[in-house]
Design a protein around this ligand. Structure first.
Ligand code: ADP
Ligand code: ADP
Length: 225
């Protein structure tokens, strides 16, 4: 089962100006359900552009994006946003939690926005927080949590709506090695057990090696290895 498919993706910035940059030059990527793929890219290689296109936050100039088999190119903005909310989770190195809400609420709210009943949203949130070891911190606001704890909440939030696809950009970049290991382990458990497909940009070659495949973004194209 294909979770995410990118075909012939091209992206140019500043086209037809002296500053023209051809960032993506024909990206083909198929991510199956239950697969974790590492994306390794030097800074400036186009990693953010690629993740934003894959997550329907940005449009390619050429090429096709499919999520769960559905081609999204021709859809209107409202439909694309609905697919993004239901099927895509994002985690960044620096979380963007809502400061006025507790950890639990930060994981519950996206589920309510997606139409989940509040009791089941709460249960799902507590179970996710438990899986990364921060259930005891559920009622704290982000400011009362350490950076690593905040990042674990952000990870739970990204997975709250059971997305098909998780797009992660250095998700463990600001965590200490033990916490990084635990968060990565929880992610891989979800990939194996629920069929989540994960595309994880990382500079950590040890984590990359624990995923199913490693892809490098070089000169606007993906190469394996
Ligand atoms: P990465 O995440 O790998 O650092 P990005 O995808 O952010 O790379 O950017 C790739 C290249 O495209 C960089 O040279 C960056 O300066 C350029 N770039 C990114 N976004 C824009 C934009 N909106 N307009 C013009 N150039 C951009
Ligand atoms: P919400 O449901 O809170 O309105 P959106 O549908 O706007 O959120 O966005 C869904 C996901 O996309 C969120 O996880 C958010 O982190 C991410 N996101 C939205 N806009 C951007 C952006 N401009 N850059 C990076 N990530 C974004």
């Amino acid at each position: 089962e294909i979770a995410l498919q990118l075909t012939g993706i091209e992206k140019v910035y500043n086209r037809d100006t002296p500053g023209e940059i051809r960032v993506l030059r024909g990206i083909d990527l198929t991510l199956s359900a239950g697969e974790a793929v590492a994306l390794v890219a030097p800074s400036g290689a186009g990693k953010s552009t690629l993740l934003h296109i894959a997550g329907l936050l940005d449009q390619p100039d050429t090429g096709e994006v499919r999520i769960g088999g559905e081609a999204v190119q021709h859809l209107n903005d409202a439909r694309r946003t609905a697919i993004r909310r239901a099927d895509v989770g994002f985690v960044y190195q620096f979380h963007h939690l809502l400061p006025e809400f507790t950890a639990l609420e930060n994981v519950v709210l996206p589920q309510l926005a997606n139409g989940t009943a509040s009791s089941s949203a709460r249960g799902r949130a507590l179970s996710l927080l438990d899986s990364v070891g921060i259930k005891p911190r559920a009622d704290h606001r982000p400011a009362a949590l350490s950076g690593g704890e905040q990042q674990r909440v952000a990870f739970c939030r990204a997975l709250a709506n059971r997305p098909r696809v998780l797009l992660a950009d250095e998700p463990t970049g600001n965590l200490d090695p033990d916490t990084s290991d635990r968060v990565f382990g929880a992610l891989m458990d979800l990939v194996r057990q629920t069929g989540l497909a994960a595309l994880v940009a990382t500079h950590n070659m040890e984590l990359a090696a624990r995923m199913d495949r490693v892809l490098r973004l070089e000169n606007g194209q993906l190469v394996s290895g």
